[in-house]
Design a protein around this ligand. Structure first.
Ligand code: SF4
Ligand code: SF4
Length: 165
């Protein structure tokens, strides 16, 4: 997170620091509605002391070396964080996409679906749940895109309240 090491740079994106990925930073839970206390919204105010896990280790799909994602899919503008190869389904790579906000915008989701279809990949994408006051919870609803059997299996897992990966 918020690293500058050749290739693409994070700044001014802080999407993964701002709670859209559920993480713990030095024991502090970070989730939708509760960003890392060190995030300034355009960087990290304690960059030199950021923890190795997750901050140094984590690189999203837009920043990873050789990323297929176009420039406009940067998480702070495309409003989606992509995690490639999070799991496999019958040998097929499964990517996971979480929104920066409540839902992944249609243009970004369309790109992800077309990419999955073109390269024989499966996609799990989520929507952030809100409470009855419209405040973000740390719950997500997942949808599946890919072969029909994959979609059925993921829907069955979701119906049982199980994490799809
Ligand atoms: S979501 Fe990606 S680009 Fe944005 S701060 Fe995290 S690693 Fe960097
Ligand atoms: S410590 Fe810095 S790099 Fe780590 S999550 Fe917080 S703002 Fe991001």
């Amino acid at each position: 997170m918020v690293q500058i090491k050749g290739g693409r740079e994070c700044q001014p994106c802080t999407a993964c620091c701002d709670g859209w990925l559920q993480i713990r930073v030095n024991g502090t839970p970070v989730h939708p509605g509760r960003k890392c206390p060190h995030s300034t919204g355009s960087g990290c105010n304690d960059y030199a002391n950021r923890p190795v896990d997750p901050c140094v280790h984590f690189i999203c799909g837009w920043r990873v070396d050789g990323s297929p994602m176009p420039e406009w899919m940067k998480p702070n503008t495309a409003k989606v964080i992509v995690l490639y190869d999070q799991t496999r389904w019958r040998g097929m790579p499964v990517d996971v996409a979480v929104p920066v906000g409540r839902r992944i915008p249609p243009r970004s989701l369309k790109w992800l679906m077309e990419y999955a279809q073109s390269y024989q990949r499966a996609l799990l994408y989520s929507e952030q749940k809100v409470d009855d006051k419209g405040l973000f919870t740390n719950q997500q609803a997942f949808s599946a895109f890919g072969p029909p059997e994959f979609q059925h299996e993921m829907a069955a897992l979701a119906a049982e309240g199980k994490r799809p990966w």
